[in-house]
Design a protein around this ligand. Sequence first.
Ligand SMILES: *[C@@H]1O[C@H](CO)[C@@H](O)[C@H](O)[C@H]1NC(C)=O
Ligand SMILES: *[C@@H]1O[C@H](CO)[C@@H](O)[C@H](O)[C@H]1NC(C)=O
Ligand SMILES: *[C@@H]1O[C@H](CO)[C@@H](O)[C@H](O)[C@H]1NC(C)=O
Length: 270
Amino acid sequence: MTSSRILLLVLVATASAFTYNEAIAKENAALSFASYCPNAAIHNWSVGYVSKSYPDLTNIEVFENLVSGTKGYIAYNKKESAIVVVFRGSSNIQNWIENISFGKTEYNKACKCKVHTGFHDAFVSLKPKLDSLFPGYATKYPYAAIHVTGHSLGGAMATLYALELAEAGRTVGLFTYGSPRVGDPDFYDWFTKYTKITHFRVVNQNDTVPHLPLYAMGFYHQDREIWYHDGTHTVCAATRGEDKTCSYTVKSTSNADHSTYIGLSSSVDC
Ligand SMILES: *[C@@H]1O[C@H](CO)[C@@H](O)[C@H](O)[C@H]1NC(C)=O
Ligand SMILES: *[C@@H]1O[C@H](CO)[C@@H](O)[C@H](O)[C@H]1NC(C)=O
Ligand SMILES: *[C@@H]1O[C@H](CO)[C@@H](O)[C@H](O)[C@H]1NC(C)=O
């Protein structure tokens, strides 16, 4: 076999490994938005349009750090046969966008890479609770897929948690909505080595948050962007430094575009 033939086969295999399923992405957007609901409503799965459309969640446990104001929940999604770990975004998105900082923290010694300090701190604030909850689900549902998801700051935390699971050898479907940029170019390289993560990084039109923290300050996105715009969506290229033909092209950003994803509102009637 010629080397160009082998290359072609590799390209075909790589392309087919990434399939964007909009129905599953929409479901995970809904589950992400439900995390903004009160704890009792989440625990009870009476979360307005979300539980009406997606009633199949069981064994729901909310995890929260009251000091850090961070929160999420873990559950088993019968319909998808998946353990789903959901991270909530900031409770005051407007303030959060205005006050976003640019500080970086070392991720670990081996990667020589850095991540955004605020996102890292938020994730670390939930880690002890996750570490005590997740193994019970993994034992109870050994054949389940693992879906990790979140909107906004929740997307950044989901990215960090998906990476931890992949570092521990697990296969993860990561679904983020309006996620900010999480780390530096070295973090991009480290994350990208973990091919057990399939990341659908959904961006809605002119949403402000995916433009933060600034690219010019040395923050890169993880692959792979799915950009909703002009009534359609584009599966963008997997590229170090992001596909410059997708949401990167937007010059005039919109905070309003942060609160709607795949036809769903982040304000859940709960
Ligand atoms: C829990 O669910 C029941 C019905 O299943 C509902 O009547 C009740 O209001 C719910 N509680 C909360 C806190 O959402
Ligand atoms: C964000 O900044 C504004 C103006 O400086 C301030 O009033 C507000 O308290 C800050 N919010 C947070 C969450 O730090
Ligand atoms: C969205 O971005 C495009 C391209 O920069 C611009 O033409 C359009 O006016 C923007 N729309 C809003 C609502 O900001």
